[in-house]
Design a binder for this molecule. Structure first.
Ligand SMILES: [Zn+2]
Ligand SMILES: [Zn+2]
Length: 351
């Protein structure tokens, strides 16, 4: 089968090549991949700056597809089922985080597309317990975005606990910022998305998704807008999804006293100075939100099934698998919002 493989550590070292199809045994399920999303971590893996990637490995962890084969122990999944899969392949199963369902925090976790062959290929396998059969009204393209949506669900609902009426500000107009904004709006929050002029196309997508106030910080004064919307108090919560420390510091200035700041972005320079004085003097709750866990997936699929979220609206490019390199470069260069690779054709009739 065809696959996009990171062959060795370091910059690039990627090929589109032929590798053997994976086989099933035990509780493994083989999935014919429909779509595989291009994540920021795939771009970092290509650049050789993502330490979790263990080459040689097929990249990709955000996908949907159709089951073609199941191992002898599989009970709940059938050939022909339309599915998506959690990114976890294996955990230790015995640590306190595994026991509480926080699989994203297990120290021996192995993930698809990092330690184990991922979904930028015609087929991928994962354990039965990690799969989710799609609700009938969720199409395969939307389903390929369940992973970034689950990351947003984890941050907004499970970590930040956004409530109806909260006024929140999201920094970053990429896929994660868009998903966070949509989930927060679905929770009944008033959402301000803050970006830069280079994000013009992405900010337009947020507008078309009904995000309440979209701000180009190089054209408009964010502080004035926040002050006007919050009677001078500041927003209740900030989500940092841009990966830029200056954005985080702006967020710390915009959040109210006793407000919450959730960091989702990965800072390339994690030693840059953060405004810790504001965290102290304003009694700000500062928390991290890392990827997603099984409960986040269930909530994400419920949100999609209820049509409260339309993740496919952020997809700007769908490319055939063999054109992965062009698709990666486009996203890496800030073009479009979400890029998706089509790994097999004709799995779902076009609308
Ligand atoms: Zn991802
Ligand atoms: Zn564990």
């Amino acid at each position: 089968m065809k696959a996009v493989v990171k062959e060795q550590p370091g910059e690039d070292q990627m090929v589109y090549t032929e590798i053997p199809e994976p086989s099933v045994s035990g509780d493994l399920v083989k999935i014919k991949v429909a779509y595989s999303g291009i994540c920021g971590t795939d771009i970092h893996a290509m650049q050789g700056t993502y330490p979790s990637t263990r080459p040689p490995v097929v990249l990709g962890h955000e996908f949907s597809g159709i089951v073609t084969e199941v191992g002898p122990e599989v009970r709940s999944i059938r050939v022909g089922d339309r599915v998506t899969s959690e990114t976890t392949y294996k955990t230790c199963g015995t640590c306190s985080y595994c026991k509480s369902g926080d699989l994203n925090l297990c120290g021996s976790r192995q993930g698809l597309g990092t330690n184990v062959n991922g979904s930028m290929a015609q087929y991928v396998v994962n354990h039965e317990s990690r799969l989710h059969v799609l609700p009938s009204n969720v199409d395969l393209l939307s389903a390929a975005l369940t992973e970034p949506l689950a990351c947003a669900v984890h941050a907004v609902i499970e970590r930040g606990q956004v409530r109806p009426g909260d006024i929140i500000c999201v920094f970053g107009a990429g896929a994660i910022g868009q998903m966070v904004s949509q989930v927060a709006a679905a929770q009944g929050a008033v959402v301000i998305m803050a970006g830069l002029s280079c994000d013009r196309e992405r900010l337009q997508i947020a507008r078309s998704c009904g995000i309440h106030r979209v701000v180009d910080q190089q054209e408009e004064n964010l502080s004035e807008i926040v002050a006007a919307m919050t009677e001078g108090r500041g927003v209740d919560m900030v989500f940092e999804c841009s990966g830029a420390v200056p954005a985080l510091n702006t967020g710390l200035e915009q959040v109210r006293k006793k407000g919450t700041v959730v960091q989702m972005g990965v800072f390339s320079n994690s030693r840059e100075t953060i405004a810790t004085d504001l965290i102290l003097h304003h009694e700000i709750q500062y928390m991290g939100s890392r990827s997603q866990k099984p409960s986040s997936w269930r909530l994400a699929l419920e949100l999609m099934a209820s049509q409260k979220i339309r993740p496919e609206k952020i997809v700007t490019n769908i490319s055939p698998l063999e054109q992965w390199r062009t698709a990666f470069s486009l996203i890496a260069g800030g073009g479009g919002c979400k890029g998706v690779l089509q790994c097999n054709e004709g799995l779902e009739p076009a609308e």
